[in-house]
Design a binder for this molecule. Sequence first.
Ligand code: 13P
Length: 248
Amino acid sequence: MKYFIAANWKLNKTIGETREFLRSFIPAVQNVTDVDIVVAPPFTSLSAAAEEIKDTNVQLSAQDLFWEEKGAYTGEISPLMLLDAGCKHVIIGHSERRQYFSEEDVIVNRKIKAAKKAGLGVIFCVGESLAEREAGKTFDVIKREVESGLAEVDSDNLVVAYEPIWAIGTGKTASNEQAQEVHAFIRKILGNLYGDKAQGIRILYGGSVTPDNVDGLMACKDVNGALVGGASLKPDSFAKIVSFNKEN
Ligand code: 13P
C-alpha cells in the first residue's frame, strides 16, 4: 500500500508564505515516488498552492468544507468550490473542529457524504481525549466516531486518520505500540463495515509526528501514513518526514 503523508497547516501561512514553502519543499521531495504527498493550507492559499504544485508529485487538500453546494450560508465553502480551487482531498472531523466548532458525529458524517459525492478524497479524523484514554474509553470513542462518521459512506477514496487529542501539538507522541493498537482496532471496525476492502484503506497517525519519530511509527503494521501539524510548517522538516526511512 502506498503511504499517504499530509501536512495540516491549520491556521498558518499567508499566500506568500504558502508559495515560499512550496518553492522550497517541492524540489526537496521530487524524487519521492512511494508516498502520496499532500498539503492542506488554509482556504485563502488554496489557489496559489494549486498553481505551485501543478505537474508535481504534491497534492492539495482543504482542511474543512460545508455540505451544501451553494446558497445562503455566510462564510462557508462548498465541495465544488474546493474542487474548483484545485483540491483533491479534504480533511473532515479534525478534533479542533469538533472541540472549537461543536462539530458532532452527525455533522462530520454529512460533510463526508458531501465531499465524496463531489469526488473529493476524504481524510477522516478520529481520536480520544486524555480524559477518555485515562477512563479506559479509547476504544468506545473510536468505535463511535468511526461508525457514526462513516454511516452510509462507501470506502472509495477514503483515508482515516487516528489523532489522539492528547498527542496533538503537545510533543507527546503515542508510542508505536499505542498507535498500532488503535490502528488495528480501526482496521477491525472498517472490516465490519467494508469487508476485505478494509485492508486497502490507509490509516494515518497524527499527533506530534516529527522527523525523529516518523520511522518507527511508519514501521507499524497498520500505520499507513501520517497527518502532520507543527512539523509540517517548515519545508525541510516536512520533506524529512515524507522521505522517512522505510528499511525499519
Ligand atoms: P501536531 O503534529 O502539531 O501535533 O498536529 C497534529 C494534527 O492535528 C494534524 O492534523
